[in-house]
Design a protein around this ligand. Structure first.
Ligand SMILES: Nc1ncnc2c1ncn2[C@@H]1O[C@H](COP(=O)(O)OP(=O)(O)OP(=O)(O)O)[C@@H](O)[C@H]1O
Length: 679
């Protein structure tokens, strides 16, 4: 079996040659940057074009920066020569392209003055073999070389012969990368993307992909790399249409915020559902939130909006000078009827004004006048037309409609028809209605309803691609809201059914895709965990039969023997002091109600408390259990699991999330009995 060869078993002259290539590539990148800096925006015709061109040039210069600590290339492919192709009787090697036989794969393209490619972007089609080639399908590659770095220095490499059949052993460089202690924000994984992850990253722009994966299988990493891949492959289209990453909260966004810039992509919006739909936080009972999150609300809202249209009983009288022009009531009724249901509410209103004005113009022409189009606009804006439109098709805001719906039982009943039961309607109505829509306090669930109404009034613009993380936590109505934002594009949907902690957490990805409006989306699974040691993952997986019985137990790449410690009556301070003697970040995850207490217990040690909007970095953090989702720490100390479970209806799922944040060690401290599943 051909194994890996890792320097220093390899002759040092080979290492020296690779270092020489690195240094040549760095020089070439410097020259490219110098050239970009020398370009002037003066050529642009006017001031505005000049500013646009200058900003593009600035971006190009920034993208060509050489970060000394970041490897410029991390892989090399030696591709089959003409003779090797001819000798390959089994037809496993593919004929090549115009590129050199040896290519280096890195974060960006680098070429010398003569346009010789020194480094090829990892997203280019030819780089695919770096991630996908195997002895059974070498994809034209004879040998794959992976490079190891310390800081920016190339210190090691590892060869994988691909043209000799057999199997490859585990990659030491991959293992080292995964074991590297975590400090600060999330890193890119561009050097070690695995074949199944690469399939997702490189799926077509038109394809919506939905990834189910156990904790730490790289879903977030894959979503971010897919965004970078799509931006590279469809630069122009997506620069226009836009790409957006939607995550659960700001602390999570801050954690992932450096990945795309490190990959050279700075123009991607990273946001939360709350930021997108409105940061409302009025408290609400879970069952009310769940009722409001149900997709049946879409029909109710649609009816509620259109119920505001009043059957016209009067016609229009428009006076010009001594003349009066009339549009009869039945004509107005016909106009309203023909517009209703064929346009959105807002444009329908504008169209009604125009149709009324048009009819007035017809009357004027019948009288012998010859008014032009400007007269039609003036009539449409005139007082009598405005008054009639307002009385028949009133101007509305989403808040007005929702306020009425949640405070007026008869109106709710009329809008709900048989779509909501009596009990559901009672659940929805405010127990103490707010005086006016202006003073109403909206909840998280209301935000999605307001957004639905806003779209029924005016169309929401669509982006080119949306990456939605922790999607299992979104309600059907929130999914509809996100679906509107990728209506003309596609999405990458990431999540884990076992980590659903909201009152409306989904149990099926097919249903998520349906509510997102991306039914043709493909559901796929990542099964190998890169974060959590096996011992810890097996411990946490005892909760799975209770929270997601249909999911298979997660697998971990890393055995992590001795990584788990469960201590009855153990002290936080002592556990933290122990962790501080080791390398890497420390997360003390506690029931939300104990944040203050635990922070005081640690008063003697420099630490920070993670809040929903936190962006600060600290080696030692106290984290409320409800904010731990998506994050990871080298050493995790979980305090009082049974309180975490008791704090919310889906507390066991919350505990599963909390127990799966550890990269190196997990210490569980409890004074109360552990939940039965863990006991
Ligand atoms: N191919 C890879 N090479 C190296 N590291 C990887 C790879 N894939 C994932 N990782 C690392 O594993 C860790 C977990 O990845 P990530 O946060 O993307 O997982 P996740 O599936 O989103 O987890 P969760 O469900 O808990 O949010 C991260 O540190 C990530 O960098």
């Amino acid at each position: 079996m051909p194994g890996h060869q890792l320097a220093p078993d390899i002759p040092t002259d080979v290492l020296a040659a690779e270092r020489a290539h690195l240094s040549e590539s760095r020089d070439a990148l410097r020259a490219m940057r110098k050239h970009a800096q020398s370009l002037s925006s003066d050529a642009a015709g006017d001031w505005v074009s000049q500013q646009i061109l200058q900003s593009l040039l600035d971006q190009r210069v920034a993208a060509l920066a050489d970060h000394p600590d970041t490897p410029l290339f991390f892989g090399r492919l030696d591709r089959a020569t003409e003779e090797e192709l001819a000798d390959d009787l089994e037809g496993r090697l593919e004929a090549g392209d115009e590129l050199p036989a040896t290519i280096y794969v890195g974060r960006r393209h680098v070429h010398d003055g003569g346009s010789r490619a020194l480094v090829i972007d990892w997203r280019a089609p030819v780089s695919r073999a770096f991630y996908q080639a195997s002895p059974s399908d070498p994809m034209g590659v004879v040998r794959r070389r992976r490079f190891g770095y310390q800081g920016g220095d190339l210190t090691a490499f590892e060869d994988e012969p691909l043209a000799e059949g057999g199997e490859l052993g585990p990659s030491k460089i991959l293992t080292q990368e995964i074991e590297r202690p975590r400090t600060g924000p999330m890193r890119d994984i561009v050097a070690t993307i695995q074949p199944d992850q690469d399939e997702i990253v490189r799926s077509a722009l038109t394809q919506t992909v939905c990834v189910q994966g156990a904790p730490g299988t790289g879903k977030t990493a894959v979503g971010l790399h897919r965004a970078a891949y799509l931006l590279f492959t469809h630069r122009e289209k997506l620069a226009r249409a836009g790409v957006m990453i939607v995550g659960p909260n700001k602390a999570f966004l801050s954690y992932i915020s450096s990945v795309l810039p490190a990959l050279g992509e700075v123009k991607v919006d990273q946001t939360t559902v709350a930021e997108l739909l409105g940061s409302y936080d009025a408290p609400e009972r879970p069952e009310v939130a769940a009722a409001k999150g149900d997709a049946r609300m879409a029909k109710v809202l649609e009816r509620a909006l259109w119920l505001h249209i009043v059957k016209p009983t009067e016609g229009l009288v428009y006076t010009k000078g001594v003349h009066r022009f009339r549009v009869a009531d039945y004509e107005v009724r016909e106009m309203v009827a023909s517009l209703r249901g064929t346009t959105r509410y807002g444009p329908g209103r504008a169209a009604l004004a125009q149709r009324l004005a048009h009819q007035v113009l017809v009357r004027m022409e019948q009288r012998g006048d010859s008014p032009d189009d400007r007269v039609q606009d003036a009539v449409a804006r005139s007082k009598p037309v405005k008054q009639l439109v307002e009385s028949v098709w009133p101007k509305l805001t989403p808040a007005q409609v929702l306020h009425r719906l949640l405070s007026d039982p008869d109106f709710l009943a009329a809008a709900a028809r048989s779509d909501l039961s009596q009990e559901e309607q009672e659940l929805l109505l405010w127990s103490k209605p707010h005086h006016s829509w202006k003073s109403a306090k909206w909840s998280v669930a209301d935000a999605a309803l307001l957004d639905e109404l806003a779209d029924l009034i005016e169309r929401t613009p669509s982006l080119g691609h949306l990456v939605v993380d922790e999607a299992q936590d979104l309600s059907e109505m929130q999914l509809r809201a996100l679906g509107r934002r990728c209506r003309n594009g596609s999405a990458t949907v990431l999540g884990d059914l076992a980590q659903g902690t909201t009152p409306w957490s989904t149990r099926s990805w097919k249903s998520v895709l349906r509510h997102l409006g991306q039914e043709a989306g493909e559901v796929t699974e990542l099964t190998l965990g890169f974060r959590v040691p096996r011992e810890v993952l097996d411990y946490a997986a005892q909760l799975l039969p209770s929270i997601a019985p249909d999911l298979a137990a997660p697998r971990s790449l890393r055995p992590g023997l001795g990584s788990l410690s469960v201590r009855q009556d153990g002290q936080v301070l002592e556990a933290v002091r122990e962790a501080l003697t080791r390398e890497g970040s420390i997360g003390v995850i506690v029931p939300d109600s104990l944040v203050e207490t635990v922070s005081q217990e640690l008063a003697g040690l420099p630490h920070a408390v993670l809040g929903p909007d936190s962006t600060e970095e600290h080696r030692l953090l106290v984290i409320p259990a409800t904010l731990a989702k998506g994050l990871e720490y080298d050493h995790v100390i979980v305090v009082e699991p049974s309180d975490i479970v008791a704090a919310e209806p889906r507390g066991l799922a919350r505990l599963y999330v909390v127990l799966t944040r550890a990269v190196s060690s997990l210490t569980v401290l409890h004074a109360k009995p552990l939940p039965a599943q863990l006991a």
